[in-house]
Design a protein around this ligand. Structure first.
Ligand code: GAR
Length: 229
């Protein structure tokens, strides 16, 4: 089996990156993680990836200055790293830089992101607190193809979790993160298997054994039946 070569882009602790690395250890998993890139020197995920013998590279965006030229320089370095690793698919996993329309266009259908809300609601940085402020009763996470707008683009898969009275941003984030760690590897698996693609109209086309119904929403976690006190 020729495996899809995946590069993971991070800015922080990299728990979603680690979930992808762990999933890819299964011999039948159709993708392998060939590169981890961080824009933040010292990001926790870099050490975690190195401990798994995965190639890491830091491309510190701050060294490119400011403005449009800086972004071009940063993205040129990123492109060199991705091409050097012969990446087929790029997964943003807590990567906190906006990518330009040019860059995104060059990776059309091969660049995906995970976000801790049921998009298109609650984009951006403060999703957990905003969901609690709004009083939503169902939260979750979304994997989507990336467009030039932040946390936007055709949706590949979603997983839902309940919101309980007394939740804090941290308790909600932890419940969602557990689903992120299941959803992201599953979406990557199905993309790598060729069961999910972005068509010419920008629609996500899904085929294969589980193509219908509540697609990719993982089954409820059995231990999640008791609300927090
Ligand atoms: C995750 O919750 C991810 O969904 C979120 O950042 C966190 C990174 O955690 N991404 C975004 O908010 C993108 N807008 P991780 O570094 O442990 O994977």
């Amino acid at each position: 089996m020729t495996k899809t070569r995946v590069a993971v882009l991070i800015s922080g602790r990299g728990s979603n990156m680690k979930a992808l690395i762990d999933a890819a250890k299964a011999p039948t998993y159709p993708a392998e993680i060939v590169l981890v890139v961080s824009n933040m020197p010292g990001a926790g995920g870099l050490a975690a990836a190195a401990a798994e013998n995965i190639r890491t590279v830091t491309i510190n965006h701050k060294t490119f200055g400011a403005g449009a030229d800086a972004r071009r320089g940063f993205e040129a370095a990123l492109t060199t790293a991705l091409n050097g690793a012969r990446a087929d698919l790029v997964c943003l996993a807590g990567f906190m830089r906006l990518l330009s329309a040019d860059f995104v266009g060059g990776w059309r259908g091969r660049l995906i992101n995970i976000h801790p809300s049921l998009l298109p609601a609650f984009k951006g940085l403060d999703a957990h607190a905003e969901m609690l402020r709004a009083g939503v009763k169902i939260a979750g996470c979304t994997v989507h193809f990336v467009s030039a707008e932040m946390d936007a683009g055709p949706i590949i898969g979603q997983a839902a979790v309940p919101v309980f009275d007394g939740d804090t941003p941290d308790s909600l984030a932890a419940r969602i993160l557990a689903e992120e760690h299941r959803l992201y590897p599953e979406c990557v698996r199905r993309i790598a298997a060729g069961d999910i693609l972005l068509d010419g109209e920008g629609m996500v086309r899904i085929s294969g054994a589980q193509a219908s119904g509540a697609l990719l929403n993982p089954p409820p976690i059995p231990t999640e039946t008791t609300p927090p006190r």
